[in-house]
Design a protein around this ligand. Structure first.
Ligand SMILES: C[S@@+](CC[C@H](N)C(=O)[O-])C[C@H]1O[C@@H](n2cnc3c(N)ncnc32)[C@H](O)[C@@H]1O
Length: 249
């Protein structure tokens, strides 16, 4: 995936700030993240996420976390699930997490495939990852992989920025398309110059629901809520692999 390269760079340069890009918390900033505060943030966010996932339905046998980063949430998942698999495209991020979280298994991936067996995992989680893909279409193979590894009747909870067109969408849509085009051009220039960057990708709710239903997911739900840590609004999609689907994909 084209966005993998910048994450490899972030993993080497500043893994904590690249995960939680709060003002002044850069490695060389006035108040850099320390590990205690970084993992406490993960604990607080996970409590917010977990409450919603439990309401929807989650099987605690095993979990794959896509884009585990420095293990901010992984450190919480290992307290909750029987087995945890952390996946990431950045060696630097994985090295950081591996040294601090003994109870998870970590894997370097290409950003599209999940290196786990078909029908082998009871829960899939991801936060602050799909927002950085190069385009919404890049998520399609990832959702196919999630479906493949999930055990029937099990669920995923995936954080991503979701929007809905208001009625009379014409002007909004044109402005949004123009903004996306500008962002793509900026990314092209930043990549060509090797500048540190993060992509910001948004998902239209109707489009995403269709993609997931086509893949076979059922009970697709969108959730949006402020986290306790800083009040930031977080949106998620939750979906279930149907109970009757014992096939691989
Ligand atoms: C902003 S960090 C979030 C880390 C973690 N999920 C959290 O909330 O603390 C994004 C992480 O996703 C990883 N990543 C980006 N694209 C990915 C992909 N396609 N597959 C797996 N990991 C990816 C990055 O390397 C980075 O570690």
């Amino acid at each position: 995936m084209v966005s993998n390269l910048e994450w490899k760079r972030w993993g080497a340069a500043d893994p904590l700030w690249a995960v939680a890009a709060w003002a002044g918390k850069q490695r060389n900033g006035p108040e850099p993240w320390n590990e205690t505060d970084f993992y406490a943030l993960g604990y607080s966010d996970w409590l917010d996420f977990r409450r919603r996932w439990e309401r929807y339905g989650v099987d605690r046998t095993s979990c794959a976390e896509i884009g585990c980063g420095a293990g901010r949430i992984t450190a919480q998942l290992v307290q909750y699930f029987g087995t945890v698999h952390g996946l990431d495209v950045s060696e630097g991020m994985l090295d950081f997490a591996r040294c601090r979280i003994a109870d998870a298994r970590f894997y370097l991936t290409d950003g599209m495939r999940i290196p786990l067996d078909d029908v082998s995992i009871t829960a899939v989680f991801s936060s602050h990852v799909l927002q950085h893909l190069d385009s919404p279409e890049d998520s399609i193979p990832m959702f196919a992989e999630i479906y493949r590894v999930l055990v029937p009747n099990c669920t995923m909870m995936i954080h991503l920025p979701i929007y809905n067109w208001p009625s009379g969408r014409g002007l909004f849509e044109r402005l949004f398309v123009a903004r996306q085009w500008l962002a793509r051009q900026k990314a092209r220039v930043d990549r060509a110059r090797g500048r540190p960057m993060m992509r910001g990708t948004f998902y239209e709710a109707g489009w995403l629901a269709e993609i997931l239903k086509k893949r076979g997911f059922v009970n697709v739900e969108f959730l949006s809520f402020p986290v306790s840590s800083n009040g930031g609004l977080h949106s998620f999609v939750l979906a279930r692999k149907p109970a009757g689907d014992g096939s691989q994909a």
